[in-house]
Design a protein around this ligand. Structure first.
Ligand code: HEC
Length: 165
């Protein structure tokens, strides 16, 4: 099994790759429009980016007290979830439901961006509320596309894992 630390490392790496899709060297002078191409499977983005950062956020917000570094880290995790939504926009279903897919990805990006703003203000109550709203955006898409995964923020220690059928 891939460790959490490694997943977080993947998450940051993919986040950085997403932020800098092409190096300046690869872009010759003149008109070139880079073509966005999905590389990884959606499932990998879910595990390595969306879920890894969501769980990391929970760990940071459960600290007591939450130190400055943890707030900064949590904000970064929320922003990486927002960027993940951008990556998901490149991966709509091939046949049906594309408009719904885009709606859900935009909602995920909005919720994650809003959460990052709350984390920047170090507002714990609003941030926890933001986690619930973000989980809602994950779950609405999962329900629409019949993915048997329910994201529950701050689950009890004895709660079952995210996958439910
Ligand atoms: C736009 C739709 C959409 C949104 C939004 C979305 N997901 Fe998913 N998610 C999927 C799909 C589709 C799959 C199934 C991927 C597969 O197995 O090929 C999936 C699967 C998963 C899985 C299971 C991966 C596995 O190992 O099988 C997890 C965990 C997950 N998502 C977490 C999240 C989290 C956390 C969020 C929100 C921060 C989120 N998802 C938002 C569409 C979405």
């Amino acid at each position: 099994m891939i460790s959490r630390i490694r997943l977080t490392a993947i998450a940051f790496f993919v986040g950085i790759m997403a932020a800098f899709p092409l190096s300046a060297q690869q872009l010759p002078k003149g008109k070139i429009t880079p073509k966005l191409e999905p590389i990884a499977e959606t499932k990998l983005l879910m595990e390595g980016l969306a879920h890894a950062n969501f769980r990391g956020l929970e760990r940071n917000l459960l600290k007591n007290p939450i130190d400055d570094q943890s707030w900064t880290f949590a904000r970064g995790q929320a922003l990486l979830i927002a960027e993940t939504a951008n990556l998901l926009m490149m991966r709509p279903p091939k046949t049906q439901g594309q408009a719904t897919w885009f709606e859900h990805t935009m909602n995920m990006r909005t919720q994650a961006t809003q959460l990052a703003q709350r984390l920047a203000k170090k507002d714990i109550e609003q941030s926890k509320l933001g986690m619930t709203q973000l989980a809602g955006s994950c779950n609405r898409c999962h329900q629409t596309f019949r993915v048997p995964v329910e994201i529950v923020p701050f689950p009890a220690p004895d709660a079952p894992p995210a996958r439910k059928v």
